[in-house]
Design a protein. Structure first.
Ligand code: G3H
Length: 195
C-alpha cells in the first residue's frame, strides 16, 4: 500500500493578515512547521527508497518542503492556489466592503463562482485532473504540499465527497492527512504536527 500525504503550506504572512492569494513567504510558525514536517516525513518514510515531494510554484509551498532533503521535489503549476483574480491580495472583509456583489455571489455559490479574471472551484477541480492521473500512477509514496482550495479538491476526489461539499471541507494548517488506497476504499489518518 502506497500512501499519499497531503498538507497545506506552513502558515504564511498572508495567513496572519487574512489576505488571500499572492506569493507571500512563511511566518515564523510556518517555518517551524517546515522543520516539523521534515522530521515527520523522515520518520514515516524511513524505509522507503523512493518517494517524491510535490509542491506548487508558489514560494510558501517550496519553503515548506525546504527541509525535506532525501527525496526529489517536483513543482506543479496545477497545484497553485485558486486564482482570486481582481481580489488577489485582499482580505474577505475588504472584498465585502469594496465588492459586495462579488462577495454575495461567491457566498451563494462558492463552487461555481469565478473571481473576475480568476478561477472558480470548478476550474481548480478541472486543472487538477493531470495531477490526479499522475498520483494514481505513482508506485512510491508522494507528499503533496499545496493550498486550501487545491487540497479540498484533491481530498474530495480520494474521499469520494460530493462536488457541492468541496468548497467547505476543512483542511487545517499544520496538519498532515495520510491517505492509503486499499481494495475496499481509502483509509485516512490525520496528524496535527503543531498549533
Ligand atoms: O486563498 C484562498 C483560500 O485558501 C481559499 O479559501 O475558497 O474558502 O476562500 P476559500
Amino acid at each position: 500500500p502506497r500512501p499519499i500525504f497531503l498538507t497545506r503550506h506552513g502558515e504564511s504572512m498572508y495567513n496572519l493578515t487574512g489576505q488571500i492569494g499572492g506569493d507571500p513567504p512563511l511566518s515564523d510558525a510556518g517555518e517551524q512547521y517546515a522543520i516539523q514536517l521534515a522530521s515527520f516525513i523522515g520518520k514515516q518514510l524511513k524505509s522507503e527508497v523512493t518517494a517524491s515531494i510535490w509542491t506548487s510554484t508558489l514560494q510558501r509551498t517550496s519553503l515548506t518542503a525546504h527541509h525535506i532533503v532525501r527525496f526529489p521535489k517536483v513543482q506543479w503549476r496545477a497545484l497553485d492556489e485558486i486564482n482570486a483574480g481582481i481580489c488577489d491580495g485582499m482580505t474577505y472583509e475588504e472584498i465585502g466592503k469594496k465588492m459586495p456583489d462579488e462577495y454575495l455571489a461567491r457566498k451563494l455559490d462558492k463552487l461555481r463562482y469565478r473571481y473576475p479574471r480568476g478561477e472558480s472551484y470548478l476550474d481548480v477541480i478541472q486543472r487538477l485532473e493531470p495531477v490526479i492521473i499522475e498520483l494514481e500512477r505513482q508506485r512510491a509514496p508522494v507528499v503533496v504540499i499545496a493550498h486550501q482550495a487545491v487540497l479540498r479538491s484533491l481530498y474530495a476526489y480520494f474521499a469520494d465527497k460530493p462536488l457541492k461539499e468541496i468548497p467547505h471541507i476543512e483542511v487545517p494548517l499544520h496538519t498532515v492527512i495520510e491517505i492509503q488506497m486499499g481494495v475496499t476504499g481509502i483509509q485516512e489518518k490525520r496528524y496535527k504536527l503543531m498549533e
